[in-house]
Design a protein around this ligand. Structure first.
Ligand code: NDP
Ligand code: 2IT
Length: 444
């Protein structure tokens, strides 16, 4: 058996039932093939076997008390996957679907994404199967405090720097940071996505969505095209989706649909983002409200139908596997030109294949959504330098980073004879630096 196939078979055998982790590993390893063939030292040093095995996995109990004095227990995770190029870095997800497989797929993706940013950050991810929906502020705070009461001993500004992800935004980062500071007696940059009054960075809130759209525009510009006048669908209505819509609209795109986990809204006149922000950021409500408030907008139960709406550009910004083979076919049939992945692994392997066959321009998550973690690294730089950059300065750096990632993955795909295949280009460009750093550091 070839080296790559052997490693992939081992991943599946040694990590049974971790379907999301298998999916991410399959996508990555398969596309590294031409690179691995040029580097026999990878096999000699078991580089890929080490790459797919987390350096450390922490799993812990998170007990907490709700407003009615009932005791609950959730699972907590932090996977410290790879520190070859910098301290572990990556978000924390609170969602009932969180399990070890989900955290490991996210962690594996994060290693290459963080490498692509060009900044010195390794890869990690964490989370809990806690469901923040419908919880009071007090319950969220007590849960975050309990979570951090275990996590604090494993992280640190030069060791592992968590941030937000699904279900973890500014409010949760605040409670997590408060508890860390209390336990360690240190006010340091141990979490990113902090509030502006206690060490956060301007533009971090906007960064993932803006970054996604900067890369989308760059990819279109490279083909003498642009977002102006394009019809777009942005799935999700959380942090990434909202700021992707904001930037896409500012570049002249018409966003006609968004969703949350209950259903989608279709507004043929173009989504009114201030209404979405009010519902989602202020009221923490449901997207169905939008159709009650905006004339001409329709609400439909269920998510899948959104991909049947004709569009030029689709930006999936909710969660993994939201575009399956069938949805991909519907998008292609309706003439989609570009897919930009704001969420992590939002397209199934079958969906990716469908887009590839149809020649749809496909910007994979680890490149397209890297603006969030890149800006987190800028927050870390500001924290350690005790600096505070303006919005314009951070935004300018973010844009440069996204353009550079685009050019690097484009060049890597071409170098290996796969022009325009950005799944391969992003994996190869990201893996290059990680492999170099791992080889230089010996068998560790
Ligand atoms: P939020 O929690 O702010 O928003 C998540 C959105 O996705 C909500 O609208 C949520 O709906 C929806 N959603 C979640 N699960 C499902 C589901 N199973 N089916 C349909 N809709 C769903 O999270 P973020 O915006 O931060 O994250 C979105 C994606 O972007 C994730 O994949 C995350 O990993 C990725 N990402 C985030 C970054 C960041 O900086 N925040 C950086 C890079 C990637 P509901 O409210 O109903 O649950
Ligand atoms: O998936 C991701 O890149 C994030 N959730 C952001 C991680 C970070 O450390 O800012």
């Amino acid at each position: 058996m070839q080296y790559l196939e052997k490693v992939l078979a081992e991943v599946k055998a040694k990590n049974p039932n971790e379907n999301e982790f298998h999916q991410a590993a399959t996508e990555i390893l398969t596309s590294l093939k031409p690179m691995v063939e040029r580097h026999p030292e990878y096999e000699r040093t078991a580089l890929l076997e080490r790459f797919v095995e987390p350096e450390r996995t922490v799993m812990f109990r998170v007990p907490w008390v709700d407003d009615k004095n009932r005791v609950h227990v959730n699972k907590g995770y932090r996977v410290q996957f790879n520190s070859a190029i910098g301290p572990y870095k990556g978000g924390i997800r609170f969602h009932p679907t969180v399990n070890l497989s989900v955290i490991k797929f996210l962690g594996l993706e994060q290693i290459l994404k963080n490498s692509l940013t060009g900044l010195p950050i390794g890869g990690g991810k964490g989370g809990s199967d806690f469901d923040p929906k419908g919880k009071s502020d007090g319950e969220i705070m007590r849960f975050c405090q309990s979570f951090m009461t275990e996590l604090y001993r494993h992280i640190g500004a030069d060791t592992d720097v968590p941030a937000g992800d699904i279900g973890v935004g500014g409010r949760e980062i605040g409670y997590l940071f408060g508890q860390y500071k209390r336990l360690r007696n240190e006010h340091v940059g141990v979490l990113t996505g902090r509030g502006l009054s206690y060490g956060g960075s301007l533009a971090r809130t906007e960064a993932t969505g803006y970054g996604l759209v900067y890369m989308t525009e760059e990819a279109l510009n490279a083909r003498n095209d642009g977002l102006n006048g394009k019809t777009a669908i942005v799935s999700g209505s959380g942090n990434v989706a909202i700021y992707a819509v904001e930037k896409a609209q500012s570049l002249g795109a018409k966003v006609v649909a968004m969703y949350d986990s209950n259903g989608y809204v279709y507004d043929r006149n173009g989504i009114r983002l201030e209404v979405v922000k009010q519902i989602k950021e202020v009221e923490r409500g449901r997207i169905s409200e939008y159709a009650k408030r905006v004339k001409g907008a329709e609400y439909r139960e269920g998510c899948k139908g959104i991909w049947n709406i004709p569009c030029d550009v689709a930006l999936p910004c909710a969660t993994q596997n939201e575009i399956d083979g069938e949805s991909a076919k519907a998008l292609v049939k309706n003439g989609v030109k570009l897919i930009g992945e704001g969420a992590n692994m939002p397209t199934t392997l079958e969906g990716i294949e469908t887009f590839k066959k149809a020649g749809v321009l496909f910007l994979p998550a680890k490149a397209a959504n890297a603006g969030g973690v890149a800006t987190s690294a800028l927050e870390m730089a500001q924290s350690s330098g005790r600096l505070f950059w303006t919005f314009e300065e951070v935004d300018r750096k973010l844009k440069n980073i996204m353009v550079n990632i685009y050019r690097n993955m484009d060049a890597a795909a071409e170098e290996y004879g796969m022009k325009g295949d950005y799944v391969a280009g992003a994996n190869i460009a990201g893996f290059k630096k990680v492999a170099e750093a791992m080889l230089a550091q010996g068998i560790v």
